[in-house]
Design a protein around this ligand. Structure first.
Ligand SMILES: Cc1ncc(COP(=O)(O)O)c(C=O)c1O
Length: 460
């Protein structure tokens, strides 16, 4: 079978699962009804209503890979906050570091005493000499693209079809019928996003040079492995070609590893970590001009970092010397506060380690093999792709680009699967079929997850 089965075969099952979800979660339902009075769509961020459940689950507590809702139902968490909790919930090293800092000042607009040491740790870990901190990966990407436009004097950003780099307007674009257009669904963009961007397909060697040669591209921003449209692996040589061409046309290359930090202590492009099926020896060790990481970088606290080369730094310093005084358009009051620095220091020392990633990788490899077996014995041609701890399966063969990935998606079937898993104590991301394996994840939980995915396929 190439794709997911048609809705007619599983819509009755969804109704039963919805009923079961509702019956067992009276407290979540009461809280959801109450919250509707004062929160848009009943939730503090409107997309939290997009889980495909009859009403949102109310979170109570989590530790490691266990998460409990307000009805006391326990879940094994394979979603892990879509990477923020990559190393498990409330890692003891982070909890201890922020507890110590909590009584000593939370925010002050001054550089924390740990700044020098953390700068050294970032530089030696990732090999880029200069760094800045923001609160989120979105803000880091927004800042990097502002810098790139300012340094090059060019207006456009080149992105790949199916990309997501946070809510950065100029990356909220799609390729439709060969043209760059604003992404469907974006609310109230301040300008025509498509005017500030160009979109081409990932792995399209032929489209790269013409897009860069025009001379209007300020930066290329990409994940080394696309992870936000299912997963699209880099074709052998593609990232090396991207690096070579961006150098030739003097276009800064921005590598966003907010998700692919799942592959090792130094991520995918700068390290030689546990790349799983996404391994491309030629791509690992890539030398980007900017490198971005958020979410798990400080163990799940709101923090992101971006690093850059000495050459970029000297161009930035020149620009800062010569610009008019006034607000730069970058930076927020609460970023880089002492609480976050306590977490960042602890995360670099205790979470982003070879030992943690070895544990992560062992579990992810086992999950990958187990899923393949589930599909193989059922004669399904579904693919499994993996970059370290991050794993996706999809319907049909592995996509080569964002358009192929998008065409193969079956959001309603995926929601039905997620609901089935939730009712059996298993939490996966609300979007496509993504799973993460934290270092303390019990092997038995992987067996249960795979058993239940198999049972769902059999029931549909
Ligand atoms: C690759 C990538 N970059 C940036 C972001 C934005 O992260 P945040 O929402 O924490 O700003 C995301 C979010 O999923 C992401 O996947």
């Amino acid at each position: 079978m190439i794709s997911a089965p048609p809705a007619s075969t599983w819509s009755r099952l969804v109704e039963r699962e919805r009923q079961q979800f509702i019956e067992r979660r009276t407290r979540s339902r009461q809280l959801a009804e109450r919250a509707r009075a004062h929160w848009l769509s009943g939730v503090p961020m409107h997309w939290m209503a997009d889980w495909g459940t009859p009403f949102p689950l109310s979170f109570s507590a989590a530790e490691g890979t266990s998460l409990r809702d307000v009805d006391g139902i326990e879940y094994v968490d394979f979603c892990l906050g879509d990477t923020g909790a990559l190393f498990g919930h409330s890692p003891p090293a982070i909890a201890a570091a922020i507890t110590r800092q909590a009584a000593r000042g939370l925010t002050c607009m001054l550089p924390d005493e740990r700044v020098a040491a953390v700068g050294e740790a970032l530089a030696s870990r990732f090999g880029l000499p200069f760094w800045q901190v923001t609160q989120t990966a979105t803000e880091a990407n927004r800042a990097v693209l502002r810098w790139a436009r300012a340094l090059t004097g060019r207006p456009k950003v080149l992105v790949f079809q199916g990309c997501y780099h946070g809510t950065v307007d100029e990356t909220m674009v799609r390729l439709r019928a060969g043209r760059t257009v604003a992404r469907e669904g974006a609310i109230g963009p301040p300008f025509d996003n498509a005017a500030a961007a160009k979109v081409i397909e990932f792995n399209d060697f032929d489209a790269l040079e013409p897009a860069l040669a025009v001379g209007d591209v300020a930066a290329v921003i990409t994940e080394p492995v696309m992870t936000n449209i299912g997963m699209v692996l880099p074709a052998p040589g593609f990232l090396a070609a991207l690096r070579e061409l961006t150098r030739r046309y003097d276009v800064p290359l921005v590598i966003d590893e907010t998700h692919t930090i799942s592959s090792g202590p130094a991520g995918y492009a700068l390290g030689a970590g546990h790349a799983g099926t996404a391994g491309d020896a030629g791509a690992q060790g890539l030398a980007p001009d900017f490198w971005v990481c958020g979410k798990a970088i400080a163990g799940g606290l709101p923090c992101a970092v971006f690093g850059f080369t000495a050459e970029i730094e000297s161009r930035m310093r020149r620009l800062l010397r010569n610009r008019e005084t006034g607000h730069s358009g970058m930076g927020t009051t609460l970023a880089a506060n002492p609480l976050v620095f306590a977490a960042l220091e602890a995360a670099l020392a205790h979470l982003h380690t070879e030992a943690t990633h070895a544990a992560i990788d062992e579990r992810a490899r086992y999950l990958e093999q187990s899923l393949r077996k589930i599909f193989d014995v059922r004669g399904l041609d579904w693919h499994v792709s993996r970059v370290g701890a991050r794993l996706e399966f999809g319907f049909g063969p592995a996509p080569r680009n964002g358009s192929e990935a998008e065409a193969a998606m079956r959001p309603e079937y995926e929601h039905a699967l997620h609901l089935w898993l939730l009712n059996r104590g298993l939490l996966v991301t609300p979007f496509h079929n993504m799973m993460l394996t934290a270092p303390m994840l019990p092997t038995a939980a992987i067996d249960t997850l795979c058993h239940e995915i198999g049972a769902f396929i059999d029931a549909t």
